[in-house]
Design a protein around this ligand. Structure first.
Ligand SMILES: [Zn+2]
Length: 111
């Protein structure tokens, strides 16, 4: 048995999330920053990064939330600019939507 594959153990024990709280772009729920991934729009591409410059938006790394967040209108409102649909396909968000792992700069294994 691998110790890395312990089931459960997530933060739904009713504890107040520590640190900053953000609103998920997908489900609109508030959650601790650590439970969300940050999307950033650099003017050309959609990035998944906590450190990228520019306006950021936060979303749960879950298919439902990612799908909801990937709607053009949602992104346009979050980034206050039109995000072309084509920018999504090859982006980190597209990768997440396709079931890819979430790997943020300097931070791996976000769950
Ligand atoms: Zn969510």
């Amino acid at each position: 048995m691998s110790p890395a594959e312990r089931p459960g153990g997530t933060a739904d024990a009713g504890a107040t999330p520590a640190g900053p709280v953000r609103t998920c772009l997908g489900c609109r729920a508030r959650d601790s920053q650590g439970a969300l991934v940050r999307l950033a729009w650099d003017g050309h591409r959609l990035l998944v990064s906590r450190t990228a410059a520019g306006r950021g938006a936060w979303v749960h790394p879950r298919p439902d939330c990612l799908r909801a967040a990937s709607h053009k209108g949602v992104l346009a409102r979050a980034f206050r600019t039109a995000v072309p649909a084509g920018a999504l396909a090859g982006s980190a968000l597209g990768h997440l939507l396709a079931g890819g792992d979430v790997t943020q700069d300097g931070q791996e294994g976000v769950r």
